[in-house]
Write a protein that binds this ligand. Sequence first.
Ligand code: MV4
Length: 451
Amino acid sequence: MFNKILIANRGEIALRIICACKELGIRTVAIYSEADRNSLPVRFADEAICIGPPQLSQSYLNIPSVISAAEISNVDAIHPGYGLLAENANFAEVAETSNIKFIGPPPEITRLMGEKEKARAEMKRHGAPILPGSEGILASEGEAAEWARQVGFPVIIKASAGGGGRGMRIVRNEEDLPALFKAAQSEAAAAFGNGDLYMEKFIERPRHIEFQILADQYGNVVSLGERECSIQRRHQKLLEESPSTQVTPELREKIGQVLSKSLSEIGYVNAGTIEFLMDEDGSLHFIEMNTRIQVEHPVTEMVTDVDLVKSQILLAAGERMESVLHGPIVHRGHAIECRINAEHPEKFTPSAGKITAFHPPGGTGVRIDTAAYAEGVIPPYYDSLIAKLIVRGKDRDEACARMARALEMFIVEGIYTTIPLHRKILADPDFRAGKFDTTFIERFLTKTGKH
Ligand code: MV4
């Protein structure tokens, strides 16, 4: 087992990784920028190293600085958390060249899944259900038009180097295709330095449902079921839950088996998330894979009782699945997470500054993942997520009631947060009835006004 792990991240996820390490008896090294000197990860890690000024490019994204800190502190492994360098295959490669274990999949797998068209082809080859669409990178507008006629309009053009909603164009008829193709290509080239495009059938009002998997180094891959992530605004998730009301035990079992087999064949290792779109018929179609621990991992932890971050560390150290999991995966109850962002709840503009009062709710079935505290300062340089409020209940109704009361009792003063927005979502009859898809929030914001 590892003696010491460097945490290449900040905020709540850095603290979450420290919790896992403490429970495993592993020492921790926090790295921090000058803006995070007074942060809780710095306080609770065994060692802390300042790696630079506040700007991300000069601190948490600066690979030489992060690797130097790892070498100076003599760690055995690096946990990247999510965002930042978590899906940077070059970073993983540099770490392993320095004899430091990267807690995540091998760099070749990260690189493969980062090329969305290749990931799609590879998952198809191994039997995962994908949407009708193009094969290979679209060579020209003409080829795009041929595929679109075959697939049938509407189609969506996506950037292979994109993901998470950037560089996409919906094409509703053939006349619009040339202009939209050119726009997507130049946008992708400018944003990712790679203009490669592919095409899929466009699903009008999909649900976004993702599956959590864990994989050991010996070809064992288990599914921990799904998370329903349809409540998003501009590709930023606001609220997630597990299970999805739309996934039957049979569908969960079937997708779980397909993923175990395909990802084992691909040679996947560590934790991963496979994103699907659900169409109106309730069928799931693979769209992309994330090779990191995700922000919303706690909802899976709450319904399975598996500590995903501890599992990542044990799997990276070479443990076998049977010794990482305490038995078969059992799903119990229902969990919901609300992402509390330091943003104006109606304008969604970032809100940095000093938190003057902070009272998180507690009680049965309530979990808060946060690095925020009273009198603490939220710096303006980073992601606006300041807390995750997670609840579990015996069923969805109990989880919703518990979330509503927990939101009511969550006090944050001095900055704006999205808590008032979440209170309104929890009060919405359609949300309560489980009637929503990825277009819910836009219609909700129009309906509730002031947007
Ligand atoms: C789609 C789609 C409809 N059809 N692909 C957006 C984020 C990226 N991960 C994939 N996205 C979409 N891909 C096909 N073939 C609709 C979206 C989409 C979306 C997906 C999940 C959650 C929210 C979304 C909001 C708008 C569009």
